[in-house]
Design a binder for this molecule. Sequence first.
Ligand code: 4AD
Ligand code: MG
Length: 467
Amino acid sequence: MDSLKRTKVVDALNATAGQKILVKGWVRTRRGNKSVGFIALNDGSTIKNIQIVVDFEKIPEDSIKTITTGACIAAEGELVESQGKGQAVEILAEKIEIYGTADPETYPLQKKGHSMEYLREIAHLRPRTNTFGAVLRIRHNMAYAIHTYFHEHGYYYFHTPIITASDCEGAGQMFQVTTKNLYDLKKDENGSIDYRDDFFGKQASLTVSGQLEGELGATALGAIYTFGPTFRAENSNTPRHLAEFWMIEPEIAFMDKTELMDLEEDFVKFCVRWALDHCADDLEFLNNMIDKGLIERLKSVVDTEFVRLPYTEGINILQDAIKKGKKFEFPCNWGDDLSSEHERYLVEEHFKRPVIMTDYPREIKAFYMKINEDGKTVQGTDVLFPQIGEIIGGSVREEDYDKLMKEIEVRNIPMKDMWWYLDTRRYGSCPHAGFGLGFERLMLFVTGMQNIRDVIPFPRTPNNAEF
Ligand code: 4AD
Ligand code: MG
């Protein structure tokens, strides 16, 4: 059978009729009547299936009895123009080989229309569904778009460590990494654990952000980006938080706040446009099945200018809304961290466009952000999106050694872990800026999926590390 080279389904569907073809894939459905069987075959190369027509006079019905939903087969035959509706071409089977059957009594993906919750319980098999096939192909395309964007704009892909001894965001949400025997932990007279005999000779964790090391790259190579997994032990069970997520973090020397906002806007629009240009079939499927407004929303983001809004003005708008009767669950006075209901009000109801919020109160942001002349606000530049809320967190960095040192002291950040970072401000310090885009938040926006657990193959959340 393998004398013929395998054709992917995506190519077979676009090939001209009249040639011999060999396809391999997983059976989505099998139906038929007494004289002929129809197998819908999918190999992951496209959302579309190819139809295999089995004439029982040529291939006895008995020999394909075990070809049920989920089975893996190879089918060879002539590609012909389809008699039926729904496809231009189909294959008239001459030979069929069964690689693996899937017992219909136990195979979990029998029916269509399983709930997202159920599919999470069978995350090992859900990539075989139409929805997850579409999401995962788009995920690949988004990763490719991101590398393309930065490569074409002269950024270097810079690999920052996953194991680290510093807490970039200072939020204490780190997963520890140790080879210590947890059944026999020795503590000193103060009740503290001595890490000197641990693997790294100090307390180590999984990184929450590659930014600090990214700044080392930017202040040498000019412009870098990271794209890797990050980890946060925040116990927030929301549709927008993962304990393990992927982050893209560009960091650029000599960039100011306006240029940073320009970059954020240009970059996100590039990614969304890429999806529209390269993932049309999958987006159309998701638009039909998951979110009827998806494609329209993607197009509108590409075409509209983002609002640029200082935090203080944002608070005024929210306060006005409250005066006019709008109810929020959480308070939003000057100095409060905005919650996603506030962000979404501004984006979805007030402006009806993405918003880049700037100049946040110093206390609610990380230590490294550049302090404005008012001494009260910092040059943060978060991007807020419809449906999602915060999709990007960014800022101009404080390049002044003394000012940065003061922030580190005020916040009790352990100095012994920061000496190397501070050296960027001691030797050839320069203005620079950067941001972090949550890859799965971008994926939520681009796919219209409702829960962040459904845009990554194997989500990691509190109480869930299965698969
Ligand atoms: O706003 P964050 O915490 O910023 C940083 O980590 C900076 N060091 C980035 C930088 O300037 N280089 O996180 C950045 C983005 C958020 O805007 C959000 O999109 C995403 O990362 N994010 C999460 N995504 C999924 N699950 C979580 N638990 C996330 N926490 C943050
Ligand atoms: Mg943030």
